[in-house]
Design a protein around this ligand. Structure first.
Ligand SMILES: Nc1ncnc2c1ncn2[C@@H]1O[C@H](COP(=O)(O)OP(=O)(O)OP(=O)(O)O)[C@@H](O)[C@H]1O
Ligand SMILES: [Mg+2]
Length: 360
């Protein structure tokens, strides 16, 4: 079955690069901009409170930038927190479309909550459906889907408790991370484990701190590459592939892209975009990105993260169905590498959704 589905993918995806500046929608729309601000995060009580618990959430600065991008095109923009009162507000203001940036506060499928509310009241919106959001927020489920399509993702095991028997397929060094998080949450030097004791300690800490199972994979020594796209189906535009350059970070930090690197030491971030890789490797990455996007039923935009090992083998780590598009996000930097402004990126996501709804 997996072969049949795999064959249905277009394996020679044309890299379609629309001119972002020419993508004007014809009429002014009422756009509901839906956000989850870090300052609105609810209080949480846990035995261990990891400092990176709410790093995914947005700042006022990003929200102003999204609104400005949409207003620059003449749209009327109304902003609302993606909370439990959202459905009532949407029903009152009757937007033409919602621009959804909500990462959610609580729950294992939190990125699916706002899309589910919007589906319930029949509102149009940008980004993933509840199904795609829930699939992609669960790394093991995503990986099982990728495996069924024979797409290269590392072998893995899920630990519900710290004392489960390690699969004989997995050997040290291993990598331990939460199954439901993003923005490098729970990913630090100690995620790389070299023996049973380190593995058990890390899994125990992670289960308690993040209140969820741990995902164990082989530690892939190599480079971090990421590939982003906007569009739908075969009509997608790939941004230049990005490579994280670890040379700017404090030397005690391992070369992994965790929350310390992404958030606390953001000022030391360096990258190479486009990544200095061969045309063939870049084409393979775009193809795998597109296949992952289709297999997980994403919409409008996404970013797929890879590790490239020392033997030049690609490993798909995950897909971000609702990638950050804040002013300093990876996708924003990748779009900037080919001359797009932040506003053009935001509008390209809106246009992808409008085209999907045949409104453009
Ligand atoms: N199996 C692995 N081997 C080596 N490094 C890994 C592995 N899995 C993850 N990493 C490192 O951790 C980083 C974050 O992993 P991953 O992308 O799975 O987490 P995330 O928190 O969902 O990321 P994002 O910030 O993109 O949402 C990777 O970019 C990579 O540097
Ligand atoms: Mg990632």
């Amino acid at each position: 079955m997996s072969d049949t589905i795999c064959a249905s993918f277009n394996t020679s995806v044309a890299v379609h690069r629309p001119d972002a500046t020419s993508q004007k929608s014809n009429s002014t729309l009422r756009v509901a901009l839906l956000v989850n601000l870090a300052r609105n995060a609810p209080p949480i009580q846990r035995t261990i409170m990891p400092p990176d618990l709410f790093v995914e959430l947005d700042s006022d600065r990003n929200v102003e930038a999204y609104a400005q991008a949409l207003e620059e095109e003449g749209h009327e923009v109304l902003v609302h927190e993606g909370d439990a009162y959202l459905a009532q507000w949407i029903t009152q203001i009757k937007p033409d479309i919602c621009f959804n940036t909500c990462e959610g506060f609580l729950g294992n499928s939190r990125e699916a909550q706002v899309p589910a509310l919007l589906e319930m009241i029949g509102a149009r919106y940008t980004g993933p459906t509840p199904l795609a959001a829930a699939i992609t927020q669960d790394k093991p489920t995503t990986k099982r889907i990728l495996q069924s399509y024979r797409l290269p993702t590392p072998p893995f095991q899920v630990f519900e408790t710290p004392d489960e028997e390690l699969s004989p397929e997995l050997s040290f060094p291993l990598f331990v991370k939460p199954i439901h998080e993003g923005t490098g949450m729970g990913i630090h030097n100690e995620s790389i484990v070299y023996n049973e004791r380190q593995l058990r300690d890390r899994v125990a800490w992670l289960i308690t701190a993040y209140d969820q199972p741990a995902l164990i994979e082989p530690f892939i020594d190599g480079q971090d590459l990421t590939c982003g796209l906007v569009g739908n189906g075969r009509d997608v535009h790939f941004f230049p592939i990005n490579e994280v350059d670890y040379s700017g970070y404090p030397s005690e930090l391992c070369h992994i892209y965790g929350s310390l690197q992404k958030v606390d030491f953001e000022q030391y971030y360096r990258n190479r975009c486009p990544a200095p890789i061969s045309k063939k490797l870049a084409e393979d990455i775009r193809k795998l990105t597109h296949q992952t996007f289709l297999a997980t039923q994403c919409r409008d935009f996404a970013r797929v993260d890879f590790r490239l090992d020392k033997k030049e083998q690609l490993h798909i780590l995950e897909i971000n169905a609702l990638p950050g598009i804040g002013v300093h996000s990876d996708l924003t930097l990748m779009a900037a590498a080919e001359g797009w402004t932040h506003g053009e990126l935001v509008r390209a996501v809106l246009h992808a959704a409008l085209r999907r709804y045949q409104m453009l």
